[in-house]
Design a protein around this ligand. Structure first.
Ligand code: FBP
Length: 253
């Protein structure tokens, strides 16, 4: 097992990632407009905004490989994914291998586990094989850990958020991507629960800029690593100016 090299996607343990797998997860009608439906626009934001990495599914990574390479923005490939059409208990299966991701230029890989879903074990098992393979060759693994489904009923958001972060540590993720419930103390506890696994927060649906920036501040104050967001950035009227503000909060420069 080699120590995963996080230096390619983090700066002194901090990170801002630009996520763009929503075309698969939500479809182009819900999230996209004329501008942000184009992956080239996202690559431009990632480059000009100084993001540590951009997150794509394998299809975009392959079709836009030249543009990604030219931008020099490190690439993270999401290895599983699903559409929003299926309904029912959530399951997201692997659709790209670690090998394929590497051949497409990825320097890290991502995977979503829906804890609480009746299919949780399937995702745990798949993730475990990915983690072993990636870590054997020193590739960092980022886990989206989202509580969903029957098993989460009756549990508080705070409890589920900390549980998500802790699962990241327990399953061997280098970085756990969790959803923030908006409470600073709960977030601090979640970061603590993750131990040496770094914590980044997702953005969620587009919020008022000030509210979103407050969340970025909260993750920094809580001791987390930063953000892995999509819609709040590329749905913004001015994603370039917004990215500058995010960068200042996370890196102080
Ligand atoms: P956002 O910042 O746009 O919320 O992106 C984060 C993310 O995890 C994406 O990577 C993913 O496509 C999306 O959220 C999934 O959202 P959900 O499962 O809530 O529909």
């Amino acid at each position: 097992m080699r120590k995963p090299n996080l230096d390619k996607i983090m700066d002194n343990g901090k990170a801002m990632f630009l996520a763009y797998d929503q075309g698969l997860e939500h479809g182009p009608t819900k999230d996209f407009n004329d501008k942000n439906a184009d992956p080239n626009y996202i690559i431009e934001i990632a480059k000009k905004g100084g993001y540590n990495a951009i997150i794509f599914q394998k299809g975009i990574a392959e079709k836009y490989s030249e543009e990604i390479k030219k931008s020099k923005v490190p690439l993270i490939i999401k290895l599983n994914g699903k559409t929003s059409l299926r309904g029912g208990e959530q399951i997201s299966h692997q659709i790209c291998s670690v090998k394929e991701a590497l051949s497409l230029g990825a320097v890290a890989v991502g995977y979503t586990i829906y804890i609480g879903s009746e299919f949780e074990e399937d995702m745990m098992k798949e993730f475990s094989a990915i983690e072993e393979e990636a870590h054997n060759i020193g590739i960092p693994v980022i886990t989206w850990i989202y509580p969903r489904g029957k098993g989460t009923e009756g549990k508080s958001e705070a409890e589920l958020m900390a549980y998500s972060a802790r699962v990241g540590l327990e399953v061997g993720a280098d970085i756990a991507k969790i959803r923030y419930n908006g409470n600073k103390d709960d977030l601090k506890w979640a970061v603590k629960a993750a131990g040496k696994t770094k914590v980044v927060i997702a953005g969620g649906t587009k919020a008022e800029e000030d509210k979103f920036l407050q969340e970025v501040k909260d993750i920094v104050v809580a001791g987390g690593a930063g953000i892995a967001v999509g819609r709040n950035v590329w749905q913004s009227q001015d994603p370039f100016a917004l990215s500058k503000k995010i960068k200042k909060i996370i890196f102080g420069k």
